[in-house]
Ligand binder design. Structure first.
Ligand code: HEM
Length: 266
């Protein structure tokens, strides 16, 4: 049993699959999503929201360019939209498409809201789940190939819109582009989470003596419980409320070498 090097953190592979907080924590740490990204997103919020109608229109124009995605949005009643051979194609300005555009505009409002809130990431996860036949009264299944490329298209238009903003400094544009890019990749992962089936035993587990591992060996339920904590109140590891007077919640990582994220909570 080899000990992990001091600079290396243990990530529990199973927890990445089972626990949304664990998965988000890992994605944040890997992408370096932190306070600067939060600030950039909140500062750029109004710009992104004003671009949302344009982005939404372009996305639906693009989806309707191809029969394979266009057939999902027929002009028939919603419960027949998965008809494999629709006789009527939805027009970009039809009621059917305008309703769907509204969904996507609402998505942009949520995407540009406060990412320090657990609900933010839970919503992104819900959107992923909703496109995989789950979590909706009327189930929707959209294959990953369409979701992935659509997200890439959204990213392309959004980045172009940001870089064309006349009243934002170059530094702020770059910060906003970086923050949005990280979020879009996290959304992409949360689509993949419900579409990609991982092999049962991808690679041999490396044995080590991390605290978590030892804890799980001594009491299997104890380590699991820590990861099962909901976002609320314990959203990331070792939430430190020392600074609660200032309205800040400091999310201290478990190891001194990690990035120190400080998120603001109401
Ligand atoms: C990749 C980026 C995408 C995002 C962020 C997104 C987001 C959303 C959201 C927020 C909803 C509303 C769900 C609800 O509140 O019930 C929705 C519904 C839906 N989405 Fe997506 N979507 C994406 C891609 C796609 C693609 C590529 C397709 C199909 C080609 C698609 C087809 C649908 C359908 C059919 C619904 C249900 C609409 C209805 O009930 O009438 N989505 N989507």
């Amino acid at each position: 049993m080899a000990a992990l090097p001091a600079s290396m953190e243990h990530v529990d592979r199973q927890q990445l699959q089972d626990s949304l907080p664990s998965r988000i924590r890992y994605l944040h740490q890997f992408l370096g999503f932190g306070e600067d990204d939060v600030m950039a997103l909140l500062e750029g919020q109004s710009h992104l929201r004003s671009a949302a109608p344009m982005i939404t229109t372009k996305v639906y124009d693009k989806l309707l360019e191809f029969d394979v995605t266009g057939r999902i949005f027929t002009q028939r009643p919603r419960d027949t939209r998965i008809d494999e051979n629709p006789e009527v194609w939805a027009a970009p300005d039809s009621d059917a498409i305008n309703t769907r555009k509204m969904f996507l505009r609402w998505y942009f409002v949520r995407l540009t809201s406060d990412p320090t809130k657990p609900e933010y990431w839970e919503y992104l996860d819900l959107v992923g789940r909703m496109h995989s036949n789950q979590a909706r009264q009327i189930p929707v299944f959209v294959e990953y190939v369409f979701l992935n490329v659509c997200l890439g298209y959204i990213q392309d238009i959004a980045l172009k819109a940001i870089m064309s903003l006349p009243d934002l400094s170059d530094r702020k544009k770059v910060n906003l582009v970086r923050a949005l890019t990280k979020i879009i990749w996290i959304q992409n992962d949360l689509f993949a989470r419900y579409h990609v089936t991982e092999p049962q035993k991808p690679i041999e587990t490396v044995h080590h003596t991390s605290d978590r591992h030892r804890q799980r060996q001594q009491s299997p339920s104890a380590g699991h419980q820590a990861d099962e904590d909901k976002f609320q109140g314990k959203s990331f590891q070792n939430v430190n409320r020392e600074n609660s007077d200032s309205g800040k919640t400091s999310l201290k990582p478990s190891r001194p070498s990690e990035t120190h994220l400080t998120f603001f909570h109401d």
